[in-house]
Design a protein around this ligand. Structure first.
Ligand code: ADP
Length: 493
């Protein structure tokens, strides 16, 4: 049942339950402390009342000695003399009764509401005793009179505990009205605070729902200013939405670019087929049409192949396993193979430091180098050059380390990037790339001059950048139009 309730409801319920328990406990503590305080006050008042009456009882040995001061005093004979009870003697005040008694309990003056029950009770000087009559607790305070002539006489004060009941029930009544009201107020306050505190969560959830229902990835959670955990959560969500939106847009862009790129060869193929079918053509004309169709089909096939490779690397990089391999050997092999192209009379040379090993994917590295070298051929000048270089660019290292490296190099043993950065560059003296285009060329399908690209698909450098980042590396270009370009890959250890 509780599971289905909202967090706000759960917080309020737990909070209310805890509050009710605390308030109930407080109620009982207040009551018991009040009871004790009231009882102590009753006892103190009883003692004070009896003590005040002590001076109001005087003894005169003969009637002639009695000083009449105009007060309405009470006299009673005692032994050979008289006892004067001053009119200030309070035999009953605020339900506190005081009586003058003889040692045997005989009441001489005053009031005692439980005279029968206390008849057998021994007098104990200056001490409060308790006696229960008909379920009611009474406090009894005895005071021995010590004045000459009053020996053997006692003042006995009596008060019932019910005396404090009125105050106690007043306190209890106030608590019973006040505390539940406060609890109610606190519960309502708690409910409102919980509601306020959970508002950001509702905002987050409603934004997420809007994104889900409307596929509107542009929506963001707006919680206003704040640095608490929920604001941090909202920021994380917003960043996640931004990333989702970016990759979604990139995906859409890719699909649209790919369709755009495929449209041209498909249109050419359709046009060629229609032309060939519409009229009766000669054998040469059919051949020409078929050559165009074949060329365009090959272009499409290359494009599809490149797109597949690209998306595979982007979406499933785990398909490409990493292993330790000799990069020097790989560079030398690729250069050897590609030097055979000899397109435009371009001479390809290779300078590779011995024994450079890396951890990476051999197939992808080959692809990266081949893309850079093919571009260098494609955009190179007649009888120009291509220089491929591979070296370790050492950072500041100790003399011992440098010697060790040199010794390893001399002995032909492997080195890896832990000795510094590995630099692979492909330089040409071709057309070069204008400064403003140098960042664009790494974008998918971007071609500075489509006519010059020839067999290019516009995916070559995008693939190079993707392969570089797969190897935690970075690819950059330096180029001067008309003079040539140098593409560099830096792999860090
Ligand atoms: P493409 O298939 O068109 O070569 P790439 O992604 O390999 O596509 O390259 C993108 C663009 O970068 C090319 O169209 C070309 O304009 C430019 N480019 C690439 N390499 C070179 C180079 N070595 N010299 C001059 N321009 C280059």
């Amino acid at each position: 049942m509780l599971k289905k309730r909202s967090i706000q409801m759960k917080i309020t319920l737990w909070f209310s339950a805890a509050l009710i328990v605390v308030v109930a406990l407080t109620y009982f503590v207040i009551l018991s402390v009040s009871r004790q305080t009231i009882q102590k006050t009753i006892r103190d008042t009883l003692i004070t009342a009896v003590e005040n009456n002590v001076d109001e009882v005087e003894y005169y040995s003969s009637a002639s000695l009695v000083v009449t001061d105009g007060d309405v005093d009470y006299y009673l004979q005692h032994g050979d003399g008289y006892i004067e009870i001053d009119d200030d003697f309070l035999d009953e005040v605020n339900d506190i009764y005081t009586s003058l008694c003889q040692q045997d309990g005989t009441l001489l003056y005053g009031e005692n509401p439980i005279i029968l029950e206390t008849a057998e009770m021994d007098f104990v000087d200056s001490q409060v005793q308790r006696i229960r009559v008909d379920g009611i607790l009474y406090y009894v305070f005895d005071r021995k009179l010590e004045e000459e002539g009053l020996e053997g006489l006692w003042l006995r004060g009596i008060v019932s505990e019910t005396q404090g009941e009125v105050e106690l029930s007043a306190i209890s009544r106030t608590s019973l009205i006040l505390q539940p009201s406060l609890v109610l107020l606190a519960i309502v306050g708690g409910w409102l605070i919980a509601r306020r505190m959970l508002r950001p969560i509702r905002e987050i959830s409603s934004t997420a729902a809007q994104i889900r229902q409307g596929d509107d990835l542009k929506k963001r959670i707006d919680l206003g200013e704040g640095k608490d955990e929920l604001h941090q959560l909202a920021t994380q969500f917003n960043e996640m939405f931004t990333r989702l939106e970016d990759s979604f847009q990139a995906q859409q862009q890719f699909v649209s670019d790919a369709s755009h790129e495929l449209r041209t060869p498909v249109s050419v193929i359709i046009a060629q087929c229609e032309l060939a079918l519409e009229e009766v053509c000669t054998g040469d004309e059919y051949r020409e049409a078929l050559e165009v169709i074949l060329r365009q089909s090959r272009k499409m096939s290359r494009l599809i192949g490149d797109m597949l490779d690209f998306t595979r690397l982007e979406l499933q990089p785990e398909r490409y396993k990493k292993e330790d391999f000799d990069l020097t050997a790989l560079v030398e092999d690729v250069c050897q193979d590609m030097a055979l192209i000899r397109e435009k009379g371009i001479a390809l040379t290779c300078e590779a430091e011995e024994g450079i090993h890396i951890r990476g994917n051999r197939e992808l590295m080959t692809r990266l180098l081949m893309n850079l070298v093919s571009n260098a051929y494609r955009y190179g000048r007649e009888d120009g050059f291509i220089k491929v270089r591979l070296a370790v660019r050492r950072e500041v290292s100790s003399v011992e380390e440098t010697r060790e490296e040199a010794r390893k190099a001399a002995s032909g043993k492997s080195r890896n990037s832990s000795a510094g950065e590995i630099l692979l560059s492909v330089q040409d003296d071709g057309v070069g790339i204008p400064e403003e285009e140098q960042e664009n060329i790494f974008r998918r399908f971007y071609q500075v001059d489509a006519a010059r690209s020839g067999k290019g698909t516009g995916l070559g450098l995008a693939m190079v950048r993707e392969i570089a980042s797969f190897h935690n590396g970075e690819v950059t270009v330096k180029s001067t139009p008309g003079q040539g370009s140098t593409f560099s890959l830096v792999l860090r250890g």
